[in-house]
Design a protein around this ligand. Structure first.
Ligand SMILES: [Zn+2]
Ligand SMILES: [Zn+2]
Length: 246
């Protein structure tokens, strides 16, 4: 396949700049790569950190987007796990060494060589097409619509992993601090995993919503009486806030 094809993206051409349409020539499709036509993309706060080069790892023009869902349009010669037309997703990690002990046990996020991010030194999913290693693609199940699947690829996995690791029996008492983008997903997962869930928030008006998501209990973080009442009642506390609780 020709390497002179151009992809149409929305890019920040310089640090902090708003996205604008931009075209680029993709790298040739490697033997282990897959190409998708992008249909959906979640928006993660990390995309904004990358746009602003907050971590000093961004390169510009920057094409962000790392909660990507699309349909396979090309597969590399060595790819056996996917076929053209498959609906797949890519998340934050694009590649890793694959041979260190964390990689071999499925923890590529702590690869000893350092994993490669989808949008670090690479163009991401805010584009009509994307190429990435097939081994890091996730097949999207038929019963899951693409718009719902996209945020599962980064935001969700962030809360899924600790819950999957530490909820080991039904009725585990789990507290979720912060009922925002990550927190509401954590409530849903913890509930689905059989936990008894307490939502913690500084916004009492989130109680009804938290319970709709599956929380059994709600605790107003600003109420000392409610905090005292919850004291000692949990097996696991998952904080999804970086500073103030929302
Ligand atoms: Zn993200
Ligand atoms: Zn590794």
């Amino acid at each position: 396949m020709s390497t002179t094809e151009t992809f149409t993206a929305y890019a920040s051409l310089k640090v902090g700049e708003k996205l604008q349409q931009w075209q680029y020539e993709p790298k040739p499709l490697g033997g282990n790569d897959v190409e998708i036509e992008v249909t959906h993309n979640g928006l993660c706060h990390t995309d904004i950190h990358m746009k602003d080069n907050d971590w000093d790892v961004s390169s510009f023009p920057l094409v962000a987007g790392h909660e990507v869902v699309g349909n396979v349009t090309q597969i590399g010669a060595d790819v056996t796990s996917l076929k053209i037309g498959d609906r797949i997703g890519f998340g934050w990690i694009r590649n890793s060494c694959r041979v260190c002990d964390p990689c071999l046990r499925g923890e590529e996020n702590i690869c000893r060589q350092g994993y490669q991010g989808l949008i670090v030194g690479n163009h991401g999913g805010f584009a009509n097409k994307l190429r990435a290693p097939a081994d890091f693609a996730y097949k999207i199940p038929d019963g899951l619509d693409s718009a719902s699947a996209a945020p599962l690829l980064c935001a969700d996995i962030t809360v899924y992993t600790p819950l999957r690791t530490y909820i080991q029996y039904p009725g585990t008492k789990v507290g979720v601090v912060g009922i925002g983008g990550l927190g509401h997903l954590a409530i849903k997962f913890a509930r689905a995993m059989g936990a008894e869930v307490t939502a913690f928030s500084t916004s009492p008006d989130k109680e009804a919503e938290a319970k709709e998501f599956g929380a059994h209990h709600f605790c107003n973080w600003k109420s000392q009486a409610e905090i005292d009442a919850a004291s000692g009642s949990l097996d696991l506390l998952l904080s999804t806030v970086s500073s103030e609780i929302d």
